[in-house]
Write a protein that binds this ligand. Structure first.
Ligand code: 5IU
Length: 264
C-alpha cells in the first residue's frame, strides 16, 4: 500500500530545489513518473527515440560516455527537445573520483555541466569530494546543471551498497545537503526527508535479469512496496519492437502505482 507516502502536493511545498519543482510540475502535467534510460550508442538513434518518447516522460537518461559520435550539435538538439517537450536531461555519469577530477570531468570534452540538468554521483569518495564541487556548478547560472542524484543503492546483484552502513552514510550526505542533492538512486526509500526524490532503476515488466548482473522487478514492487517516486526504465522499452507502446504501458502502470492512495 501507499500508506505513509507524501503526496506530490506536499512534496512540492516541502522542496526548495528548483530542479525538483520543475520535475514535479512535469509529473503533474504529464501524469508521468517515468524516466527513460536510452543506452543507444549513436546520436541519431538517441534523438529519434527522444522525439517520440519525450512527451511521455519527465526525464531522459543517457550515458554520454557510450555515444560513439558525441558532439556539441547533439547536446544542442537534446536541450532544444528538452525545452520543447518538457523533460529534464539526466547524464548517468556516476562520478566517483577526487573533487578536482570530478570538476575536470564536468567541464571536460563532454561539457556535461553545460547541458545536463542532473547527474549521478557515487558516495564512496566522501562528502568533501562531492558537495563543494557540485555546489559550485549548481549555483553558477552559466551551467545548466541544477541537481545531483546520490547513488545510495545499486540494482545489481551482489552490489557492495548492500552493506548497510554504506547506504546510511550516503543518506546522511544527502540529508545534510538537500540544496544540491535533489534525489537518490535507490532500490527502496531510505531517507526521512520527503523533499528528496527517490529514483529507481532495475524495473522491467517482462524479465527478471540480464546476463551481466542486472536485477529487475515490477512497478508495483518498486513504487508501492519500496516507496520510490520515479521509475527508470531502459531495455523494457528501448529493446522492444514497439518501444512507444511499451513506454505508454510503463507510464500508465507507474503513475497508477504512485497515485493509488491519493485517488482512493
Ligand atoms: N542503472 C541501473 N542500476 C543502478 C544504477 C544505474 O540499472 O543501480 I546507479 C542504469 C543502467 C541503465 C539503466 O542505464 O539504469 C537501466 O536500464 P535497464 O532497464 O535496461 O536495465
Amino acid at each position: 500500500t501507499n500508506a505513509g507516502r507524501t503526496s506530490l502536493q506536499e512534496r512540492e511545498a516541502l522542496t526548495t530545489s528548483p530542479l525538483n519543482h520543475k520535475i514535479i510540475s512535469f509529473m503533474k502535467k504529464k501524469s508521468s513518473n517515468l524516466c527513460l534510460a536510452i543506452d543507444y550508442t549513436t546520436t541519431e538513434q538517441i534523438l529519434q527515440m527522444v522525439e517520440k518518447a519525450g512527451p511521455f516522460v519527465v526525464a531522459i537518461k543517457v550515458h554520454s560516455d557510450i555515444i560513439t559520435d558525441f558532439s556539441e550539435s547533439f547536446t544542442q538538439q537534446l536541450v532544444q527537445l528538452a525545452n520543447n517537450l518538457e523533460f529534464i536531461i539526466f547524464d548517468d555519469r556516476k562520478f566517483a573520483d577526487t573533487g578536482n577530477t570530478t570538476k575536470l570531468q564536468l567541464t571536460g570534452p563532454f561539457k556535461i555541466a553545460e547541458w545536463a540538468d542532473v547527474v549521478t554521483t557515487h558516495a564512496v569518495q566522501g562528502v568533501d569530494s562531492i558537495v563543494p564541487v557540485f555546489r559550485e556548478f549548481i549555483n553558477n547560472p552559466a551551467y545548466r546543471l541544477s541537481g545531483v542524484l546520490l547513488i545510495a543503492q545499486l540494482s545489481t546483484k551482489g552490489s557492495l551498497t548492500n552493506i548497510h552502513e554504506y547506504t546510511k552514510k550516503a543518506v546522511q550526505i544527502a540529508d545534510e545537503n538537500r540544496d544540491i542533492v535533489s534525489g537518490f538512486i535507490t532500490q527502496t526509500r531510505i531517507s526521512e526527508f520527503s523533499d528528496i526524490l527517490n529514483w529507481t532503476p532495475g524495473v522491467n515488466l517482462d524479465a527478471k535479469n540480464d546476463s551481466t548482473g542486472q536485477q529487475w522487478r515490477g512497478v508495483e514492487q518498486a513504487i508501492e512496496i519500496q516507496q520510490n517516486d520515479i521509475v527508470i526504465v531502459g531495455r523494457g522499452v528501448t529493446s522492444s519492437k514497439e518501444p512507444i507502446q511499451q513506454l505508454k504501458r510503463y507510464r500508465q502502470t507507474a503513475w497508477e502505482s504512485l497515485t493509488k492512495e491519493e485517488n482512493e
